[in-house]
Write a new protein. Structure first.
Length: 132
């Protein structure tokens, strides 16, 4: 039996959503919702999409055990007035659980539980930023 596919749902909140000339950074937070094996220690990458011109940012975030992440990003370099889409992407990952022993002691007939393999699928989220 192959690995189980696990959908990863990403949420994304950016602050501020209106970028003024005086704005220097954008605070971003969110969550990767998946099973316990697939939500922790996932790398989230970010990019800005300004009318089809994609800028991939070097900043990344790593999810906590509950799937939460946060990062401070540079503001978009696009000059306003414009709308820029901030995109968060969590990459696909393959995870394995450890097999667990069933029952106490080392009695005959007690097999060790098999390790499970999960194919944690890629997920994306996006939000619009207004550049003034």
């Amino acid at each position: 039996k192959g690995p189980t596919d696990v959908v990863s749902t990403v949420t994304l909140v950016a602050s501020p959503t209106t970028i003024e000339p005086t704005t220097t950074t954008v605070a971003v937070s969110g969550n990767v919702k998946a099973n316990s094996s697939c939500r922790k220690n996932r790398t989230v990458s970010f990019s800005y999409d300004a009318s089809g011109v994609i800028t991939v940012l070097t900043e990344t975030a790593v999810t906590k055990p509950n799937g939460d992440y946060s990062v401070t990003l540079p503001k978009p370099t696009t000059t306003g007035p414009a709308t820029v889409t901030l995109i968060a992407t969590v990459e696909e990952a393959v995870r394995k659980t450890k097999g667990e022993s069933k029952g106490k002691g080392k009695k005959k007939g007690h097999k060790k539980g098999k390790a499970k393999k999960f194919n944690c699928l890629e997920g994306t989220a996006q939000t619009a930023l207004t550049v003034n």
